[in-house]
Design a protein around this ligand. Structure first.
Ligand SMILES: [Zn+2]
Ligand SMILES: [Zn+2]
Length: 148
């Protein structure tokens, strides 16, 4: 099975060299709300080396005190595709809504729920954290492995 996705306009397409649709999590922080223009950002973490992209990718670097987040977006329609960040070398955060068959995705965790929009009711039993989760806890839920 090929896991594939792409941007809104179709100029950028990508494949993920993984066996199945990846588990995802939702981040409800204000930055993700602003960046997505929506209630939360839904994301999957995959090895950066597993991503193969075609099309006109543009790069946007967001530098903060302790990290640089390098965002890959479609150079035509500017849809965000994925990012890497200097605190998580080798891992990429894919915008899950860009995946084909996104309706089949599972969401296994909710983070930064302190700023969650109030109308949104989260399912019981899905782990959630009001702020950032411990990195190991989220990685365990996602089955994300740091490449060597
Ligand atoms: Zn596009
Ligand atoms: Zn966020």
């Amino acid at each position: 099975m090929t896991i594939a996705g792409g941007c809104r306009c179709g100029a950028v397409r990508y494949t993920l060299a993984i066996d199945a649709l990846p588990p995802t999590y939702a981040c409800h922080c204000h930055q993700c709300q602003r960046w997505s223009g929506s209630a939360f950002s839904q994301q999957a973490i995959v090895p950066e080396a597993a991503i193969a992209v075609t099309g006109p990718v543009a790069v946007y670097e967001k530098v903060t005190e302790d990290r640089t987040s390098t965002q890959r977006v479609c150079g035509t329609c500017h849809a965000r595709i994925y990012n890497v960040n200097t605190r998580r070398p080798g891992l990429a955060v894919v915008r899950a809504g860009t995946l084909d068959r996104s309706e089949e995705l599972e969401c296994v965790a909710h983070i930064f729920t302190a700023s969650k929009q109030r109308w949104l009711a989260l399912p019981e039993g899905v782990p959630q954290w009001p702020q950032a989760p411990p990195a190991e806890a989220l990685a365990a839920l996602l089955g994300a492995k740091r490449p060597r």
